[in-house]
Design a protein around this ligand. Structure first.
Ligand code: PEP
Length: 254
């Protein structure tokens, strides 16, 4: 598949995998994906496995991501992890504003924007998640929701920082449900987001930003989704927990 933007496919392991299991998965992925150069590949284990996974993939083409981080640099924030701490383990990417964090931890667009700035401050690339709920889609509010989330969650970023930011469009109704957006629904939402970026920043930035699709991506639908002109990769939950399915998503996307 020939695109100006290099595909980026990331696995969000969520609250799964002990250190031993994370190491097994990392080693299997290293073998499975050894020859792949066409796609930027990222795994996002839980915090507890970052140190070991980091060592396991050090000499590979797989990069490390975290699933969240604090908006603060350091200090009295019990239970939080700062961007600088992630850097100690060679983390390059960080997922921000995942719908599960928006839902369960009540993360707001403003908080996500503060975190995105903090991530850039530590030279981490944020993967900023946006996406509408089922009721919002059904009531015709998808674009309104996306506009609010995109403008709010990326507020304050410079053009240069935006160019190094990844957006994940994840319709909430498609996450972990087995329901995938149709290729047309995904393409429409991605094109709409790119249009917003063009207005917020400029055309050059909008053309540069990679927009991932997330929501029940699996080996059988990866090729069709990635073939859409504005779909530049995937954020994968469930199917990233097995080496074969994550590997096949990547191989089928090339
Ligand atoms: C996700 O949680 O980011 C996700 C896309 O999950 P799944 O692939 O399981 O739908």
């Amino acid at each position: 598949m020939n695109k100006d933007r290099k595909l980026i496919i990331a696995g969000n392991w969520k609250m799964n995998k002990t250190v031993a299991e994370a190491l097994d998965l990392s080693r299997a992925l290293k073998l499975e994906l050894a020859g792949v150069k066409e796609v930027d590949m990222v795994v996002c284990p839980p915090f507890t496995a970052l140190a070991d996974v980091s060592k396991a993939i050090l000499d590979s083409n797989i990069r490390l991501g975290a699933q969240n981080m604090s908006e603060h640099i350091m200090g009295a924030f019990t239970g939080e992890i700062a961007a600088g701490m992630l850097k100690e383990f060679s983390v390059r990417y960080v997922i921000l504003g995942h719908s599960e964090r928006r839902q369960y931890q009540k993360e707001s667009d403003a908080l996500v924007a503060t975190k995105a700035l903090a991530a850039h401050g530590a030279s981490l690339k944020p993967i900023v998640c946006v996406g509408e709920m089922l009721a919002e889609r059904e009531s015709g509010q998808t674009e309104k929701v996306l506009e609010r989330q995109v403008t709010g969650s990326l507020a304050g970023l410079s053009k240069e920082q935006m160019g190094e930011t990844i957006i994940a469009y994840e319709p909430v109704w498609a996450i972990g449900t087995g329901k995938t957006a149709t290729t047309a629904q995904a393409q429409d939402a991605h094109a709409f987001i790119r249009g917003l970026l063009s207005r917020m920043f400029d055309d050059t930035v909008a053309r540069r930003v990679r927009i991932q699709y997330g929501g029940s991506v699996k080996p059988s639908n990866a090729r069709e989704l990635m073939s859409q002109p504005d779909v530049d990769g995937a954020l994968v939950g469930g199917a990233s927990l097995e080496p074969r399915s994550f590997g096949d998503i990547i191989k089928n996307s090339i």
